[in-house]
Design a protein around this ligand. Structure first.
Ligand code: IDP
Ligand code: MG
Length: 150
């Protein structure tokens, strides 16, 4: 069982695609354990994306992620990090496979709709940036989505 941070980025919120994005992750079988609409401050943006500091797109990325509220969530499930990233699709929506969020809903890398943590270690770091421990609510699932996992 893993947890991962998902952000519906400002373009997803502005385009009214939050519900579609959440629905895709839920239908995949991932379980929401935290969810909120929030603004990303410049300080949080810099911390979240610090691995990209110094890259040519960094300033634009900070402007983008702070430009409008986002919807932040934590989802969990078996191999949630990789499962979420495969549902999200490749970083550049133009290259993302149809059927993925970016491949179906996006067109350019600078407006690629969603963030998903890239490893369990990144997920732990990023979840802690966006949520307090008491905001993560664990509860039993009524479906047997995970029971068939061997
Ligand atoms: P990821 O979101 O698929 O993990 P990263 O390489 O970690 O992709 O890049 C973080 C974010 O930075 C991307 O989701 C995208 O918003 C932005 N980004 C990455 N590469 C470019 C680029 O070449 N131009 C503009 N924005 C970029
Ligand atoms: Mg990344």
């Amino acid at each position: 069982m893993e947890r991962t941070l998902i952000l519906a980025k400002p373009d997803a919120v502005q385009r009214g695609l939050v519900g579609d994005i959440i629905a895709r992750l839920e239908r995949r079988g991932l379980q929401i354990v935290a969810l909120k609409l929030m603004r990303v401050t410049p300080a949080l943006a810099h911390e979240h994306y610090k691995e990209h500091q110094g890259k040519p797109f960094f300033a634009g990325l900070i402007d983008y992620i702070t430009s409008c509220p986002i919807v932040a969530m934590v989802v969990q499930g078996p191999r949630a990090v990789d499962v979420a990233r495969s549902t999200i699709g490749a970083t550049d929506p133009a290259a993302a496979a149809p059927g993925t969020i970016r491949g179906d809903l996006g067109l350019t890398v600078g407006r690629n709709l969603v963030h998903g943590s890239d490893s369990p270690a990144s997920a732990a770091r990023e979840v802690a940036l966006f949520f307090r421990p008491d905001e993560l609510l664990d509860y039993a699932r009524s479906s047997d989505t995970w029971i068939s996992e061997n």
